[in-house]
Design a protein around this ligand. Structure first.
Ligand code: ADP
Ligand code: MG
Length: 365
């Protein structure tokens, strides 16, 4: 097995309308792979985080202007969807062709740009569509007589610790059950795995899934802010002559907003929701912390994967058989300082995790 760390990328988005209306100042600057955040209440108090990548998607250029509190002479160009795909998505695909599992997680507060990076909006397609398109392009270009390819697609949502199949029109009350299998680990019983022949088909499935995503009426951005979305692409290569099958699972995860849940409502669904969303994200945090400590040589007796649905499904992605990438999505604005700092700290812990990915290949069944 090859041991490698979780790869972490930070991406900062443009000001939102709300931030512009509040005449927000930008507290983020970037230089090569370093991200610096400046405390708006205490200018001069800066913290710099070094990750694998830092994406400046705030403005066309990073300049030292009046709207930037952080003094920085460097000029970075706006990092667009294609740039992010080429750095992160292409690597995931290369791994998948070799038979490695791969996981991409988007973390950050609501409105920080997770869905923009993962799925995208309109013509600004995100990593998921671009990865799928490129996968089928590569399959086209690698047609061989003794080789077969199989791609399946699934899309689910975790909300209130319940799993909903986003590709199934009949909603099961109580949600789908997560079960454990000795060989394949945790899986969702009854989840639709749709065999796909083309990118166009996947594009339709994503559209379909987006429509089904839960819409509970909370304050803002209700549908996606409190639920986790997990898309899984299973890619199989069947080598007929050798009688060998190579396979890779690609998990693409748009996490719920990382902001602390406010106890705005006090009863029924809202309350349960608050606790449960916390449960999956809190457990993810606990798993990441435990793994980070283990990677630093501390004796860790227990990794609490079983404490939430999300961590059960991501078990192999976290400290297991997967190459894992995290995008930490952040706001540039001073008013989001605390949340942004906490996102960067979270990513810093994730960075410490070591995975041991192995090639999944064996006799064709
Ligand atoms: P999240 O999924 O984290 O809640 P979104 O991805 O929906 O946040 O982003 C919030 C808003 O910011 C959207 O209107 C989106 O178009 C915009 N946005 C996010 N990231 C970028 C980016 N890198 N470039 C341009 N606009 C962005
Ligand atoms: Mg979103």
């Amino acid at each position: 097995p090859s041991y490698d760390s979780v790869k972490v990328a930070v991406r900062v988005r443009p000001f939102s309308k709300r931030e512009k209306d509040a005449s927000s100042k930008c507290v983020i600057s970037m230089k090569t792979n370093c991200t610096t955040i400046c405390d708006p209440k205490n200018v001069g108090n800066e913290k710099t985080f070094k990750f694998d990548l830092a994406y400046w998607s705030h403005s066309e250029y990073l300049k030292n202007t009046e709207s930037t509190l952080v003094p920085d002479g460097s000029y970075s160009r706006y990092a667009d969807q294609k740039t992010v795909f080429q750095d992160l998505g292409q690597g995931i695909l290369d791994n998948a062709w070799q038979g490695y599992n791969a996981t991409l997680l988007a973390y950050g507060q609501t409105g920080s740009g997770k869905s923009y990076s993962m799925i995208g909006y309109g013509t600004n397609r995100g990593i998921i569509p671009l990865v799928c398109e490129e996968l089928f392009r590569a399959i086209e270009n690698n047609q061989e007589k003794n080789k077969q390819y199989q791609v399946t697609f699934s899309m689910l949502e975790i909300y209130n610790e319940q799993v909903t199949d986003l590709l199934s029109k009949t909603k099961k009350s109580g949600g789908l059950k997560v079960r454990e299998d000795q060989h394949q680990g945790f899986y969702v019983d009854g989840l639709k795995l749709v065999p796909c022949e083309s990118y166009a088909q996947i594009e339709r499935l994503i559209e379909q899934g987006k429509k089904i995503r839960t819409t509970a009426s909370t304050s803002m951005n209700a549908s996606s802010s409190r639920s986790h979305m997990v898309i899984t692409i299973q890619f199989k290569q069947i080598l007929l002559k050798e009688d060998i099958t190579k396979q890779s699972s690609i998990n693409l995860v748009d996490l719920a907003g990382s902001e602390r849940q406010k106890s705005s409502a006090s009863e029924g669904d809202r309350l349960r929701e608050g606790t449960c969303v916390n449960l999956s994200l809190t457990t993810l945090g606990n798993v990441i912390s435990a793994l980070a400590e283990a990677a630093m040589g501390k004796k860790v007796l227990h990794i609490p994967y079983r404490d939430s649905v999300l961590t059960k499904l991501l078990q192999s992605a976290l400290g297991g058989n997967s190459r894992t990438v995290m995008i930490a999505a952040i706001s540039p604005a001073d008013i989001c300082y605390e949340e942004t700092l906490s996102t960067l700290r979270y990513a810093e812990r994730a960075k410490k995790i070591k995975n041991k990915a192995i090639i999944n290949a064996g006799p064709t069944e």
